[in-house]
Design a protein around this ligand. Sequence first.
Ligand code: PLP
Length: 390
Amino acid sequence: MGSSALMNNYGTRKITLRKGQGVWVWDDQGNRYLDAISGIAVCGLGHAHPAVTKAIADQAATLTHCSNLYNIEAQEVLAERLRDISGLSKLFFSNSGAEANEAAIKLARLFGHKKGISEPAIIVMENSFHGRTLATLSATGNRKVHAGFEPLVRGFVRAPFDDLESLKKIASNNRNVVAVFVEPIQGEGGIHTPSADYLSGIRQLCDDQNWLMMLDEIQTGNGRTGTYFNYQHYDVKPDVVTTAKGLANGVPIGACLAGEKAADLMQPGSHGSTFGGNPLACAAGLATVDTIINDELCEQARVMGNYLKQQFASNLAGSANVVEIRGQGLMLAIELNEPCSDMVDSAAAQGLLINVTAQSVIRLLPPLIMTTEEADQLVDILSQLIKQRA
Ligand SMILES: Cc1ncc(COP(=O)(O)O)c(C=O)c1O
C-alpha cells in the first residue's frame, strides 16, 4: 500500500495497520504486533477500548458535531472533569497538541500586552518539541523542524533545558519575557527528565518575575508518567498546561488549561475552532478520562514503568551498547551508543512496534493497560535485538 496522492512528508511507510485490540495491532497481511508506541502516546487505553468505542458510537448516533455557537454538554462535563483533576480554573478545547500550544502562546501574549509589554517574549528550551504549526515550530528547539519554514515567528527566547541559572540570567537581561514554556519531560528530544527541583525552581522564578509558568503536557499528560499530569509528581501548580494525545484515546482533541493568572484573558472573539471540543471528541474524551481515573491507570503506569525499567536493567546488564535506561511511568527510553533507527524495522519483523527518536534513543510509550505478561514479551523481544547489536 502507499499512494502517490499523498504528500511525502511522512516518507515511505512500510506497514498497513488494519485492526487493534488492547495492546495488539494487526496488519493487512494478518501479522500481529505488540504496540509499544500507542500511536505515539495516544491510545493509553489500548485499541478498541469498549468504553471509548461505546461513547463514540452513542454520540455519533446522536449528534456528531455542532459548532461552538451552541452549548455542548459533553464539552462542559469534560472541562469540569479536567479542571478538577488539574486544579486549574478554565480551559479551551482544540483538535491537536499544536493547536493547544498555539492557545497557550496566545495566552502568554495577551498576558504580556495586559502588562503593557508590546513585544512579549516566551522562554522555550533547546531540544524541545511543541508542534508543527508556524508558532509551535518556532518554539521548538530543533533546527530540522525549522528548516525551510523561515521566517520563524518572533517572540521566543531559547534556554538550555534543566538549567535554572540560565533562566535567571535571562530574567535579569530581558524585560520582555512574560512566560516560560517547557515540557516537563522532553519527549521527541529523547525522553529527558529534568532534575527534581526544576519545575519548582521555574515556579519560584515565575512568581518572582510575574511570568506565566506554562507546561506542554501533550505527551506527558493523561496518566502516561504515573500521575494524571506530570507536574503532579511535584509540589507545583503551573499557570497554563496543554495536553492532547492521550486525552480521547485516538479521537482528535487537545486542551489548553489555565489557572487564575491566565483563565480570563480570552474574551469573546479572541480565539476559536470549528471542531474544537465538539460532541464526538468530548464524549470520547470523557470516556477516556473516566476510565483512566476509575481503573487507576495512572498508578498502573507507575508500577508497570518501574517493572519495565527493572526488567530491562537486568536483561541488558553488561550490554556494552546501552548508554542508559530512563524515563518515568510508561514514557521510557533505552539510549544506545550508536544510531539505531533501523531497529524500528527489525523490531517490527519480530512483532513489536517501537519508535526511535534523537537518532539513538529507543522510545517506548505502550498502552497504560499493558499486563505483566505483555511487558515481559516486550522486554524479551527488545532485549534480544539490542544484545544482538552489541
Ligand atoms: C510535547 C509535544 N508537544 C506538542 C506536540 C504536537 O502535537 P500534535 O502532533 O497533536 O500537534 C507533540 C507531538 O508529538 C509533543 O510531543
